[in-house]
Write a protein that binds this ligand. Structure first.
Ligand code: ADP
Ligand code: MG
Ligand code: MG
Ligand code: MG
Ligand code: MG
Ligand code: MG
Length: 687
């Protein structure tokens, strides 16, 4: 979460008439930033940081077999603030900058970031796990003895109606004016005015409650068709209570009706600063096709609202949970009051590539992506190139959701508030972040698809992997372009049960630019000798077509004989591969791990650092190979093999309690989970 502006939030009826004002001034603010920054070619070094989200879980002192969400976010954050100051006073020489904790949507959630961004150095890279562990420890110190910060993506019993799922209990029964949910009260939401207003205004704009339907996992004793007996079908408290029975709740699905079900999920995000705007745009584009692959590889959410789902990941849930589109925008009614048909929720996958790189071809941007034509023209008239103008004009088809009355009029030279209002409520798989005003921070790119992992070892491993991939992309000028429509197909496949092991994904197979392909040895994991640093120029990859010595090709008939390299026939560039092949490589395709190895081989990495990095990369490698399972698979297996599980898809209080205990024990290292983590993991109790 960015800064929480303070003030008086406006209702939807008051906000709607201000939408054009916010958009107009938002664009003006962006243009001022652009003018300030466009000529900065060099100067902003590579910096990066992670965000980790936790749920605070309580085990009641009465000893009952229950686990509950603790709604103490405000108190805990207040305490963490004070301690941060204490720590600084006591240990000013401490090399690790004191981390920061942030509020999140759920009142049971915490978010932490490193106190200062990490540098691009490999030494910094191998300190990430330590930093994450320190943050978790700090959080733990400020929880009650029976409270634990658990990094689970979706809480399996959020919104159940048979027993309480929060503490204090009463709050789950409290009013839910903002969401009007049948399942969750306002009490689960951060009390800051921004959050209930966001919730309420999304519902008002949409004209109905949000509608989330996750396919249920059909086990041997699950009724078929499954009609959920725990939905209060006949409640009559709010208008909209009858939506469930009038078709919003689908048979054979887990039905949810509030923003909390999505925004109350946890994730792992990584933000990088680039040297300049063009580099940021290049990295953004290259990472777009990587987002679904990493969603599949991090999948950690197999259960929602008390039931096992037939999906392993949160994405569609969170997309639907903030879907503010009207019926006209969703294409259910002819356009009359609204301007656009909008194919996706404002929380969804990227719709366009943004780089002005000539390799960003029109045919890659092949999905319906409405944009505000007037804004597009205004940006072009002010010197913004077409790719970036289209990106922003697309983000700006959305209305602002929360406006504070005190912040309607702003100085556009010194504020980015209106711009950020629209930008920060476009929650896509990647985010291109312009520099804030009055700050040394430059152009950044955020990788947003990953689910949070159970241990900081895993969270560090995925962070290290993404950071090294980013370095490799820039260092080798890699080309990952493929049609966005195929990235979207991958997003759907990535969420399926066991996707990391059993799905195929579209991916580009020719990734090295012409004539710059390192040899196969360079992308193997062998430590480099100094003489091998950099490219050896032998070029044994597919791109050697240009010098007529193509020695390997991924399949007969696609030998890369096209001399144009990057402009090969569109149909040939992309192939369906397993996650294992995409990560670990196949024939002449080096895989993402292969390009990372080539990058590491081009550096002079000392042996110790190399071994430490290898531990992290091996986790990703083995997950991709299927030798290790995802958190989703582990949790699913724990539930289905629990003695109290009745093969009816129900995740009971007792199972959930034992699961939360198990997850905490895994993190601390008092319970082994070699099938998830491998054998080397040492828990926080042993560290
Ligand atoms: P948001 O919630 O808006 O995505 P946060 O402030 O929670 O943003 O997290 C931003 C992340 O970016 C943190 O991990 C932080 O360390 C990192 N970061 C901060 N400054 C920079 C910078 N100049 N370049 C790259 N990353 C940065
Ligand atoms: Mg967050
Ligand atoms: Mg954040
Ligand atoms: Mg945020
Ligand atoms: Mg969030
Ligand atoms: Mg973020």
């Amino acid at each position: 979460m960015g800064l929480l502006s303070l003030g008086t939030p406006l209702s939807w009826d008051e906000t709607k008439p201000l939408a054009d004002h916010v958009r107009d001034h938002g664009i003006t603010q962006f243009l001022h930033t652009w003018a300030r920054w466009k000529d900065v070619k060099e100067g902003k070094g590579f910096l990066w940081g992670d965000e980790i989200e936790y749920m605070v879980i309580t085990f009641p002192e009465d000893g009952s077999k229950r686990a509950l969400l603790s709604l103490r976010q405000s108190e805990i954050l207040e305490e963490l603030k004070n301690v941060v100051i204490d720590l600084k006073d006591e240990e000013p020489e401490k090399s690790m900058v004191v981390p920061t904790f942030h509020p999140e949507y759920g009142r049971y959630m915490l978010e932490s970031t490193p106190g200062a961004p990490y540098s691009g150095s490999l030494r910094d890279l191998v300190s990430v796990e330590q930093n994450m562990r320190f943050r978790r420890k700090l959080a733990k110190c400020h929880l009650k003895d029976n409270e634990f910060p658990i990094t689970i993506t979706s809480y399996p019993r959020l919104g159940v109606t048979d027993t309480p799922f929060t503490v204090p209990e009463a709050w789950s029964e409290a009013d839910s004016d903002a969401s009007r949910s049948l399942f969750v009260g306002q009490g689960v939401t951060n009390p800051h005015a921004r959050f209930p207003t966001l919730t309420g205004n999304i519902r008002s704009r949409r004209g109905a409650k949000v509608e989330i339907n996750v396919p249920i996992f059909k086990d041997t004793n699950t009724p078929s068709p499954f009609i959920d007996p725990t939905i209060p079908w006949d409640r009559q408290r709010y208008p909209g209570d009858d939506e469930a029975k009038n078709g919003a709740a689908k048979p054979d699905h887990i039905y949810m009706d509030a923003m909390a079900f999505g925004m109350g999920c946890c994730c792992l995000q990584i933000t990088f600063q680039a040297w300049n705007v063009n580099e940021a745009r290049r990295v953004y584009d290259a990472l777009v096709p990587v987002t679904p692959i990493m969603l599949a590889l991090t999948a950690a959410s197999p259960a929602f609202r008390g039931y096992l789902a037939d999906v392993d990941a949160r994405w569609d849930v969170i997309a639907a949970s903030v879907d503010d589109r009207t019926e006209e925008e969703r294409g259910l009614k002819p356009l009359k009051n609204d301007k656009f048909r909008i194919p996706k929720s404002r929380y969804d996958s990227v719709d366009r590539y943004i780089s002005s790189d000539p390799r960003n071809k029109d045919y890659y941007n092949d999905i319906d992506c409405p944009m505000d034509e007037a804004i597009h023209k205004r940006l072009l008239d002010n010197g913004i190139d077409d790719a970036l103008a289209k990106h922003i004009a697309h983000l700006f088809i959305r209305d602002p959701l929360v406006v504070f009355s005190e912040r309607v009029d702003q100085d556009d030279e010194t504020s980015m508030d209106h711009f950020e209002n629209i930008q920060s409520t476009n929650w896509q798989t990647m985010r291109f972040k312009p520099p804030p005003v009055d700050s040394p921070i430059g152009w950044r790119v955020e990788f947003r698809s990953m689910e949070v992992q159970l241990t900081d070892f895993e969270n560090a491993a995925y962070s290290v992997f993404i950071v090294l991939l980013t370095r490799a992309i820039l260092s080798f000028n890699l080309n990952f372009y493929m049609p966005i429509s195929k990235v979207d197909i991958n997003m759907q496949r990535a969420q399926k049960r066991d996707a990391a092991r059993s799905e195929l994904f579209h991916f580009r197979k020719w990734v090295f630019p012409l004539g710059r392909s390192p040899s196969h040895d360079d992308w193997s994991s062998r430590p480099s000798s100094p003489s091998r640093a950099g490219f050896n120029g032998e070029g044994q990859g597919e791109d050697t077509a240009t010098n007529g010595t193509a020695s390997r090709s991924s399949s007969p008939g696609s030998s890369g004989s096209n001399q144009n390299g990057d402009s090969r026939a569109p149909g040939e560039e992309v192939e369906e591969m397993t996650v294992d092949e995409i990560i670990n490589g196949k024939n002449s395709f080096p895989g993402l791990m292969g390009v990372i190895n080539a990058y590491l081989n081009s550096l002079n990495v000392d042996h110790v650092t190399r071994c430490e990095i290898r531990t992290y990369l091996d986790l990703i490698k083995h997950r991709a190979q299927g030798k290790l399972c995802t958190p989703a698979a582990w949790i699913r297996n724990f539930i289905t093999s629990h003695p109290a599980y009745k093969h009816d898809s129900v995740v009971s209080d007792e199972i959930n309690h034992d699961l939360m205990k198990a997850l905490d024990e895994i993190e601390r290292g008092t319970r082994a989970a070699p099938e998830l983590l491998g054998k080397a993991y040492r828990g926080s109790d042993h560290h």
